[in-house]
Write a protein that binds this ligand. Sequence first.
Ligand SMILES: Nc1nc2c(c(=O)[nH]1)N[C@H]1C(S)=C(S)[C@@H](COP(=O)(O)O)O[C@H]1N2
Ligand SMILES: [Mo]
Length: 439
Amino acid sequence: MSEKDRAPMADEHISDETMREKAGPSRRGFLRNSALAGAGLVAGAGAARAEGPDPLITEVQEWASGFGDAVDASPYGMPIRFEAHVTRRNVEWLTESPVSSINFTPIHALEGTITPQGCAFERHHSGAIELSKQDYRLMINGLVDRPLVFTYEDLTRFPRHVMTAFCECAANGGMEWGGAQLEGCQYTQGMIHNMEYTGVMLRDLLAEAGVQAEGKWVYVEGADASSNGRSIPMEKALDDVMVAFFANGEALRKEHGYPVRLVVPGWEGNMWVKWLRRIGVYDRAVESREETSKYTDLMPDGRARKWTWVMDAKSVITSPSPQVPIRHGKGPLVITGLAWSGHGAITRVDVSLDGGRNWQTARISGDAKKKALTRFHLDIDWDGSELFLQSRAVDETGYVQPTKQALRDIRGLNNVYHNNGIQTWWVRADGEVENVEIA
Ligand SMILES: Nc1nc2c(c(=O)[nH]1)N[C@H]1C(S)=C(S)[C@@H](COP(=O)(O)O)O[C@H]1N2
Ligand SMILES: [Mo]
């Protein structure tokens, strides 16, 4: 992972223009003289400023000359083909096998805050399993008064709650510890998704079983071969942990843990057990079978930081960014990105155009929900000169997102997990954008 690798981007720059060309009869095929040809219609800012009238305005188009698709053409709809490039992507050299691997959310191409399930990153230790509601069982055992086994239907009879939360893999940004490496926020910060979940609170299930006084930890595991067993302190388990079965209004997708997953707001992704099958209550933290040493942060002196569960405040500019260069030239430019904190709500996002010397406060668009992705925008008038774009998140605890160098000074270079450092994009005068680090 040492050399700067552009390979994954080979098929990346499928611009809207290319898609339009691929999309069928060329627009030029419809160019005809029209009655309005000499009418002096002026195209608006940003529209094609060709001489003469715009046939898209003056001509009756093919799509207005007949019927569109009938209602059942696609009983469960997929994005229109012009958006077919907006997908999860994998970096092949990162892991040995795709069944124990990760892919990346196309955050550069999304807006707002909700991640559609179909392009939300996946992380599996032994592949995504197919488990039906009929075959689903959830056991609660250990230090409880009444060991219980729930069917899926049993779970649906507990009071339901709705919450939005981000899920970020602890390894998000891990490839960037040693320096700028991958071209695109999809790869540098895309091990994250943000969904609106519906489910039941873990505390309600634990109350049903009756946690005994010595029960201080829950050990949660999945039904897949890896089981992904993790220990969660009782305090968190009784706070905001959810046993979820809907995401973004519909059933969880298979790859996100259908039919039931754990939602552990603000905490690193590996605790969010998918295909949840057992909750054991214990008096101590139980180590998972295979993963005793994983997800610790290796320090320069060889010691490891452990139980670094909460994801610290972080942000990234999603556009412009290496996969989203500026194509429209100078003038009005919308800068946008995402900010989040596992400690609560984002209270401010600053943006720098000059690599961190000067900062201005961006607009937070929509709600800044606790432990959820928050969208920010900054509208500038770009003079066409190069920029060193950075964003810096501040959360409700007052914590300010650090520079990558500040993190390295504390944790050294052996680390992989929990890189929440400030990202720099070098916007060149020609509008192309590169991942860089400035000293
Ligand atoms: N059962 C099970 N749960 C799991 C995993 C797994 O491999 N098996 N991977 C974990 C890790 S490391 C992460 S980052 C998140 C990713 O969730 P997602 O695949 O829905 O994005 O799931 C977690 N839960
Ligand atoms: Mo993860």
